[in-house]
Design a protein. Structure first.
Length: 477
């Protein structure tokens, strides 16, 4: 085809009806994609498709669930809150870090690494680093007044508390650690970071002493690979540690690793974008003229915000990976009927009471969650209702998995009490009576309903329900 023909075709394509055809195809594609993501993929029978397609679909589902949770859990707001907490805790963390580093005579060697990290933020930060290092290095922690120690502890406790709440909300965990467990476990994370800073150079020096590794580092290509892969491996390890330790629940190793892997890659991409593009935009052009010498502050805030966003996204990915089936079930049925909630409430109550009657270990939250295969939000809501009604009791324990036991005698707790309690749980909103006739009709219907409940279930206890199938089996035999 000649250039002239190409030009004519281009003119026809732009001016003629082919543009409408193109937009029509794009519209159909987007419509089909939307239908696939919101309906078709959730109805897919994975037993009838190939393994490769099954894995591909599962990754799409996890991605969809992560984006959905990112919006519902308001991760941008949580990341902003963590930025504020980080700014409060950064100097106590530096004080602890340098105190440990001085014990290993390594604090002076840290300055080049901090200067390299601070370089993208501008001259103001790089000039500030040596002064901060000198000031913190000269601090004698043994001379800290009681007020200083209190401020140090409160600052650390504040950020670890904010981090734990953010992770627990992502994992749909309502129970927090006890205060002493929270302080012991999560404060350990802050001491782990300085030890990691110390340990990495020590390990690196040891590896350099191994002949094979030393020979590999002499090769420029191998050196480049090691230099690029080391930050990824380090960030992967840190994220994996956070996703295992911080949530107050049992996180599977594979789920924590999957979230850490994606977060580690995202961390490297975010750092590359930050240093190559974002910093440059603040140092030149309109933003450079606007912020001038104050550009370091917004850059620091943006970097912290990106960092916490990546951390929280990794936690969402870990949660979606571990709870894919339950979250998929939740997407399929976003609205639950009252009858269904009542049904599941009875199931959970009987499950807890039956384990108690058999003399087994108290039912754990994870055990209940895995047994019924329903969304965790619904499980948490129902358990909270049963605890409020004092039908079950949450055992005080430092374990990550909360356990529940009966709070009433199963002989005295009737089915009527359970159903009425679940039905009437919550505050009764006041409403305006627009007509006495309608109000009297509704009251009469409600009274008839309660009478039916009394006749049918007032005499049937929970113990009788649990023993009923056993009696039938014995009599039939």
């Amino acid at each position: 085809m000649s250039f002239h023909h190409k030009c004519n075709f281009f003119d026809i394509f732009i001016v003629g009806g082919d543009m409408k055809v193109l937009f029509g195809k794009i519209g159909n594609f987007l419509s089909s994609l939307h239908q696939f993501l919101t309906r078709d993929i959730w109805r897919q029978d994975f037993s009838k498709i190939s393994t490769v397609r099954k894995i591909f679909y599962q990754q799409i589902i996890i991605g969809y669930l992560v984006v959905r949770s990112y919006i519902e859990d308001r991760l941008p707001v949580r990341a902003a809150a963590l930025v504020y907490s980080t700014l409060l805790a950064v100097f106590p963390l530096l004080a602890i870090t340098f105190a440990l580093l001085r014990g290993f005579d390594y604090h002076l060697k840290l300055e080049p690494q901090l200067l390299e990290w601070a370089e993208p933020f501008g001259e103001q930060v790089t000039e500030l680093v040596p002064r901060v290092i000198k000031a913190i290095s000269e601090v004698d922690l043994t001379l800290f007044p009681i007020l200083g120690v209190a401020v140090l502890i409160i600052s650390i406790f504040s950020i670890v508390n904010t981090i734990e709440r953010a992770f627990n909300d992502i994992w749909r965990i309502q129970k927090l650690r006890s205060i002493h467990r929270r302080f012991a476990d999560l404060t350990g994370v802050f001491f782990f970071i300085p030890l990691l800073i110390i340990g990495v150079p020590v390990i690196n020096t040891y590896l350099q002493s191994i002949p094979i590794v030393h020979a590999m580092t002499q090769n420029p290509g191998t050196t480049w690979i090691i230099k690029k892969s080391t930050p990824l491996a380090l960030s992967l390890f840190v994220f994996f540690f956070l996703y295992i330790v911080i949530p107050n629940t049992k996180v599977r190793w594979d789920s924590a690793f999957f979230g850490a892997l994606i977060a580690g890659i995202g961390w490297q991409i975010a750092n590359f974008y930050f240093t190559k593009f974002l910093v440059l935009s603040f140092q030149t052009g309109f933003k450079g003229a606007l912020y001038s010498s104050f550009a370091s502050l917004p850059l620091l805030l943006i970097w912290l915000y990106l960092a916490w966003t990546v951390v929280l996204l990794g936690a969402e990915i870990s949660y979606a990976h571990q709870n894919q089936s339950k979250m998929t079930w939740e997407v399929r049925r976003t609205k639950y009927s009252f009858a269904f909630k009542e049904n599941i409430s009875l199931h959970i109550l009987l499950f807890i009471y039956e384990k108690f009657q058999r003399g087994q270990t108290a039912a754990g939250h994870d055990e209940i969650k895995d047994y019924f295969h329903v969304p965790e939000r619904l499980i948490n809501e129902i358990i909270s209702i049963l605890v409020d009604l004092r039908f079950i009791y949450a055992l005080d324990s430092d374990e990550k998995d909360s356990r529940y036991t009966p709070a009433m005698n199963p002989e005295k707790l009737t089915v009527r009490d359970v159903l009425s309690g679940i039905r009437s749980h919550g505050a009764s909103a006041a409403f305006e009576k627009n007509g006495e006739k309608i109000h009297s009709i509704v009251e009469r219907l409600e009274k008839d309903y309660n009478n039916i409940m009394d006749r049918s279930f007032a005499a049937r206890s929970i113990k009788e329900l649990l023993q009923g199938p056993l009696k039938q089996t014995t009599s039939s035999a």
